[in-house]
Ligand binder design. Structure first.
Ligand code: ZN
Length: 63
């Protein structure tokens, strides 16, 4: 299983190439690199199909 090696949800690089941040969502672990972490905050819709349930996430809105 590819689960044995954490990889960024978006670019699929592993921790030998980029730092990875662990996400816990729906009791599962996911990983994302700092370059793509802002997508999770600002454009979570781009993670639909990569992160199960991403379609439920609301983008952060600036006031
Ligand atoms: Zn990445």
């Amino acid at each position: 299983m590819s689960h044995s090696i954490p990889r960024c949800l978006v670019c699929e690089l592993d921790s030998t190439e980029v730092p990875l941040i662990e996400l816990r969502y729906r009791d599962q672990s996911y990983w994302i690199c700092p370059q793509h972490f802002p997508i999770l905050i600002h454009q979570p819709q781009l993670l639909v199909g990569k992160l199960p349930g991403a379609e439920r996430l609301e983008p952060h809105e600036h006031d």
